[in-house]
Design a protein around this ligand. Structure first.
Ligand SMILES: Cc1ncc(COP(=O)(O)O)c(C=O)c1O
Length: 362
């Protein structure tokens, strides 16, 4: 008998089954719960995006523009790069998958620095690649250890900057040195999903390194700072050769009509992004000061989320917070058994989080 499922797929661990908030509330009899678990934008979507989406609803009998022409044109202008170095995806998640699908041959190695974004490992395994892990050092990506781990089989390295779930970031000079110490046939994916939130002046996008490192892929998303996670749209920058390769396997209409309309408008919504950044900065200040008062350890962040060490352990804290209607992320699946991760919410949500945390700890 032939094997039904590909071996590399059979061996994948399923995602923990998530339930919609409405279902959790129904089961536990709670109303008005808050979710601080998925690093979403607490302000909601960009108002300009909402308006554009409404205006475009009557066009959804049409297929979308398969080349995302106007979006690439706008992104090219915004970032000062040619259109043919830009690709759009059904979330930046899709571009992570496109890189692996296009360039990784079975048994080639991919270096990951865990704890990091869990999707990288899953995608690599699903294409029968070999994962090589280089653990974080003090919650930060250890670039020199990664260089030591490079072998003749290394094909791709994933660097999440700033890193989910730790919120730590690397500065551009370190990334530049790192890129130039690598063999010339290694693709580096620099996932900058949260770069807009970085406040340390030494942390900046590595976009300008594209010219000097031809195998660099820089990923960005509309899901966080622009508040469009549910629309599923992200983008990537790379050399023409890399982009052309990914376009060979990309589905022709991967980015839907409304996502393109919403993202185009969101790019003009500087006011919304500014408001978001202020909300996150103020929220972090409040949360840090409250945690200091309670005496809980946390990891200062360059993003809109951060880790908190809890004496109850990750799972128990998650469960007790959930029973009070506050949804946080247990870090057990990342191997951080004493930590939860929360994203900054609206000020009333941050206050409720602190109040509930005090209650479950007392
Ligand atoms: C590090 C990282 N990269 C990418 C993404 C996914 O972004 P998108 O919604 O654009 O697929 C996330 C979402 O949580 C993330 O944390």
């Amino acid at each position: 008998m032939k094997r039904l499922m590909r071996e590399c797929i059979e061996n994948l661990t399923p995602y923990p089954p998530g339930k919609p908030i409405e279902e959790l509330e129904r089961e536990s009899g709670i109303v008005g719960s808050i979710k601080l678990a998925s690093n979403e934008n607490p302000l909601g979507p960009s108002p300009k995006a909402i308006k554009a989406i409404k205006e475009n609803l009557q066009n959804i009998h049409r297929y979308p523009d398969g080349s995302c022409y106007y979006l690439r044109q706008k992104l090219a202008k915004k970032f000062g790069l040619p259109m043919n170095k830009i690709i759009l995806g059904n979330g930046s998640n899709e571009i992570i998958k496109l890189v692996v699908h296009t360039f990784l041959s079975p048994d080639e190695e991919v270096i990951l620095p865990p704890p990091t974004f869990l999707l990288y490992e899953k995608v690599v395994q699903s294409y029968a690649g070999k994962v090589v892990t280089v653990p974080l050092l003090n919650f930060s990506i250890d670039l020199s250890a990664i260089i030591t781990a490079v072998s003749y089989r290394t094909k791709i390295i994933f660097i999440n900057n700033p890193n989910n779930p730790t919120g730590k970031a690397l500065n551009k000079d370190k990334i530049s040195q790192f890129l130039h110490s690598l063999p010339s046939d290694v693709i580096v994916v620099l996932d900058e999903a949260y770069i807009e939130f970085a406040t340390d002046p030494n942390i900046a996008s590595a976009l300008e390194l594209l010219e000097s490192y031809p195998l660099l892929v820089v990923l960005r998303t509309f899901s966080k700072a622009y508040g469009l996670a549910g629309l599923r749209i992200g983008y990537g920058f790379a050399s023409e050769m890399i982009i052309d390769g990914m376009n060979l396997v990309r589905q022709p209409f991967n980015v839907n009509y409304l996502a393109q309309a919403g993202a185009l408008a969101a790019l003009d919504d500087d006011e919304f992004v500014e408001k978001t950044l202020i909300l996150i900065r103020d929220g972090l200040e409040f949360l840090y000061s409250q945690l200091d008062r309670i005496g809980l350890e946390y990891i200062p962040t360059q993003t809109n989320f951060f880790l908190i060490k809890t004496p109850l352990g990750a799972q128990e804290t998650y469960k007790r917070m959930l029973s009070e209607g506050v949804i946080v992320r247990s870090m057990e699946s990342f191997g951080l058994n004493d930590y939860i991760r929360i994203n900054v919410g609206l000020s009333e949500e941050n206050e409720r989080f602190i109040k509930t945390l005090k209650k479950i700890l007392s």
